[in-house]
Design a binder for this molecule. Structure first.
Ligand code: NAD
Length: 381
């Protein structure tokens, strides 16, 4: 069978789902590989690099979809791409089926089998295919780099002949995958880093990375953040008040705030309010990684950088992984390759779409002209 990767159509998307290196690995599984001309250009992979890795390069998307039995891409398909799908063809991409019901219906209508990379169950065995985590890791890192790029001072403290420089103080709100990556990056640059999460069990992880967990003066902090499957639940009003009170206390001394707080299936909770921004020093930076879901900061505008009346820079970019397209493509294409490894048990270039397998079942949202989303809960953790 043949695996193909088209050029991404979404404006500003620079990632690609197959790299020359991942193509070599896919060929070891028995597949032929094909890409659309220019598919890897924005991520730094030339057509010649693909050819050198044994990949066929075709002129346009129509030719790509016609030749590929399996299509691997990054973004959910656009309408023109869905038109290319055919019965029995397999599509692997981010898909967000809960938000893209019409798209799912259309893909099902074309008879394609769809594997949503965002639906890979978050169980230990599936970590190597967990593209949400690999992209969140990049987003957390890049958020700190972006903050540094907009912050007029060092992260680390210095004593120099020209004067003493205090270390920057960074607050990370939400310590999931992106938040922990941001903590690691900020502490490694020498900042004094504080972090808060409603899930108290992450305190140990935060502290092991050299940051300080922000405790609240709240008797039930251990219970209130209680969540299912490692995710957060909405906080009680009393808890939220204590949280906001603590943030107000911290705001005047914090130089950089990185917010990553999300609750599954809801808009991002508003946690860094306008009055907290007003209390920050001019030149401070807020990077809101929850911008796509409405933002954690009152002032965030998705995909934009705005400056508050008191000179605080608020960054709401939603394309951090794409801003590190080479790295993101390398990791995403590896996630895809691992998924293909599980789909190809005999390494003979033939897909065995085993719906008894928890991971494959969980990620499959359309199969044999049926919608298979939402999946049953996984049996193994
Ligand atoms: P996420 O993107 O859903 O949320 C980010 C963080 O925001 C979470 O840590 C959440 O607790 C926090 N948050 C929500 N509301 C908040 C509030 N009001 N104030 C402060 N913080 C708030 O999270 P994620 O990065 O997708 O990770 C979710 C969980 O899944 C974590 O426990 C993570 O360790 C786990 N995980 C497990 C695996 C695996 O394979 N086992 C893989 C990835 C993630």
């Amino acid at each position: 069978m043949r695996i193909g990767t088209p050029r991404e159509l979404y404006t500003g998307e620079s990632r690609v789902a197959m790299t020359p290196d991942s193509a070599l690995q896919l060929q070891k599984l028995g597949y032929e590989c094909v890409v659309e001309a220019g598919a890897g250009k924005a991520a730094g992979f030339t057509d010649d690099a693909y050819r050198s890795a044994g990949v066929a390069v075709v002129e346009d998307a129509a030719a790509l979809y016609a030749r590929a039995d399996v299509v691997a891409k990054v973004r959910p398909p656009e309408a023109s791409e869905v038109e290319h799908l055919r019965p029995g063809q397999t599509l692997l991409s981010f898909f967000y089926p809960a938000q893209n019901n019409d798209l799912l219906e259309q893909a099902k209508g074309r008879g394609a089998n769809v594997i949503a990379m965002d639906m890979v169950p978050r169980i230990s065995r599936a970590q190597k295919m967990d593209a949400l985590s690999s992209m969140a890791n990049i987003a957390g890192y890049r958020a700190v780099i972006e903050a540094g790029n907009n912050f007029g001072r060092f992260f680390t403290g210095q004593v120099t002949a020209a004067g003493k420089v205090p270390p920057a103080k960074v607050l990370v709100i939400g310590a999931g995958v992106a938040g922990l990556a941001a903590i690691g990056t900020a502490t490694s640059l020498g900042a004094i880093t504080y972090a808060f999460d409603v899930r108290p069990e992450v305190a140990e992880q935060i502290e092991s990375m050299g940051a300080e967990f922000v405790y609240l003066d709240f008797k039930d902090q251990q219970e209130d953040g209680a969540a299912t499957g490692g995710y957060a639940a909405p906080s009680s009003p009393e808890f939220r008040e204590k949280q906001l009170e603590k943030f107000r206390e911290l705001a005047p001394q914090i130089d950089i705030v990185i917010t990553t707080a999300l609750i599954p299936g809801r808009d991002a909770p508003k946690l860094w309010l306008a009055d907290m921004v007003a209390m920050m020093k001019p030149g401070s930076v807020i990077v809101d990684l929850a911008a796509e879901r409405g933002g954690n900061c009152d002032l965030t505008i998705a995909d934009q950088k705005v400056v508050s009346a008191n000179g605080v820079i608020v960054i709401g970019y939603t394309d951090f992984p794409s801003r590190m397209a080479a790295q993101a493509s390398m990791l995403y294409s590896t996630n895809i390759r691992h998924m293909m490894t599980d789909l190809t048990p005999a390494k003979d270039g033939k897909i065995v779409h085993n719906m008894e397998d928890d991971v494959i079942r969980g990620a499959t949202v359309a199969f044999e002209s049926e919608i298979t989303f939402p999946p049953p809960p996984p049996k193994v953790r």
